[in-house]
Design a protein around this ligand. Structure first.
Ligand code: SAH
Length: 264
């Protein structure tokens, strides 16, 4: 364990890291580096040993919940991340696939934010992509499939099963074009509401990355952003702070909220 950092003066960083679909060659270089320097690794069941072996100097703890047997609660996992980070340790929270896809990362980031623990997300290859690669079939095909929505067979108790094309789905639109009015009209035709949060990410994970926050009703007023860009739409993207700023700037026609958000 690190003693230089682990002196308790400053909280350590928690890294929510994607371990990919299981093939250790499908790990990112950043995941390998962070595993190698971590003091603590908290991982899910589906992460294979070959991936964990990159954690050469860390305490490695399985916090996975096997189907049906909940050995450890989400609250306990949240508390472990916070406790280790408060001791100044570098924590890797290792999740299979991509950490932001069906991985309870939303709850974990809320807990870290509430505890003022710095955190970073390191993407991984999600199961959908690995599955399509294994099948050697496309997820999109200009002849037959022009949209993807990711959904889950499992729901939090009390949450309703929504039709994928309606408000319960997060829509990810690749190549939305410079003029977003066509995409906006299409999503409205599908029944999605004007108040639906929309975010355009330009040059994601590049040094000149930009984020533009808006709503579906205002999407066609967004000015062009540098290519390549991607559009995400859905309730899950709601951001109270951005909404407040958008409301403040509502008097200015065509107002939009831009954040120069340089990737690290
Ligand atoms: N964050 C993960 C998903 C976590 S939910 C991701 O981005 O892939 C866990 C579910 O993901 C599993 O029940 C299974 O349906 C799917 N999954 C994860 N890894 C998989 C793999 N290697 N092959 C097939 N399905 C996988």
């Amino acid at each position: 364990m690190s003693t230089a950092r682990g002196n308790g003066a400053m909280p350590g960083t928690v890294y929510l890291v994607g371990a990919g679909p299981g093939d250790p060659e499908l790990l990112t270089l950043k995941a390998v580096r962070l595993l190698g320097s971590a003091d603590v690794v908290l991982h899910d069941d589906l992460v294979p040993q070959a991936v964990l072996s990159h954690a050469e100097r860390a305490i490695v703890i399985n916090v996975g919940k096997r189907c049906g047997t909940k050995n450890i609660s989400q609250q306990q996992i949240d508390a472990m991340m916070v406790d280790y980070a408060r001791r100044g340790l570098s924590v890797v929270r290792l999740k299979c696939g991509d950490p932001l896809v069906f991985g309870r990362a939303g709850e974990e980031m809320d807990a870290l934010t509430a505890a003022h623990i710095p955190f970073e997300v390191v993407p991984g290859i999600t199961a959908a992509f690995a599955a399509a690669a294994a099948l050697r079939r496309p997820l999109t095909d200009r002849r037959s499939a022009s949209s993807i929505s990711f959904s889950s067979g499992h729901h939090a108790p009390g949450s309703a099963l929504e039709p994928a094309s309606l408000t319960g789905a997060t829509r990810v639109v690749y190549m939305p074009g410079r003029d977003l009015s066509g995409v906006a009209a299409q999503l409205r035709t599908e029944g999605l509401p004007a108040v639906l949060p929309c975010v355009i990410v330009s040059r994601a994970a590049q040094p000149d990355q930009q984020i533009v926050e808006t709503t579906l009703g205002q999407l066609d007023r967004i000015g062009a952003v540098p290519a390549p860009s991607i559009l995400l739409a859905g309730e899950a993207l709601r951001n109270a702070q951005a909404e407040e700023l958008l409301a403040l700037s509502a008097e200015a026609p065509g107002a939009e909220l831009r954040q120069a958000d340089a990737a690290q």
